[in-house]
Design a protein around this ligand. Sequence first.
Ligand code: SF4
Length: 199
Amino acid sequence: MINKEQTHTLVRRALRLGATDAGAISPADIAVDNKLADLCNADPGCEHYGLAPGCPPHVSGPAGFRQWIKKSAAAIVVRIDVPTAALFSDQRREIMQLLHETVAGVESKAVEIGFVGSQAFAGGSCKQIFCHDQPDCPVLSGQGKCRHPQSARPSMSGFGIDVARLMQSAGWSVEKAAPENAADAQSMSWVAGLVLAVP
Ligand code: SF4
């Protein structure tokens, strides 16, 4: 069980770290779809497939995530609004780093208040976001530990999390601008993450 004050504490932490909005939903309301996880390795698939421990085939996937849901007391959904032009520019990596740092910070707070099994999920490959200038990931090569343990978190994609449904459950619009809108200075888009508070 999680009480209201604990939930507010986690939401406040997300907002303080840079989220535009954050909200708590029931873990049972998270939709998980095996087909979404399959997209990571579909044709053409993701160019970063298999390059980080937070991406398939190195994660437990939808089956593992469903087990996490069963154990979770709450789910905190985090959204960061960004100008579409920035999201489809060189700033994308910086935006994704902020997303990872934000959900990792909420995870850390959840652990601090007693949810010691908590886990954060972000988006994109941490290899591309944090270690793009490195030849490989030391965790996967067996050479050492993660270079960014305080920030890098697994991608929601590899677990088949339906992010559109997640946004709806949090009461937010699902509308996301397409790359074609990048030239429009007024156009806004978003990135999202998730933290499971697990006792
Ligand atoms: S070192 Fe850490 S951040 Fe870099 S690719 Fe490996 S797991 Fe991701």
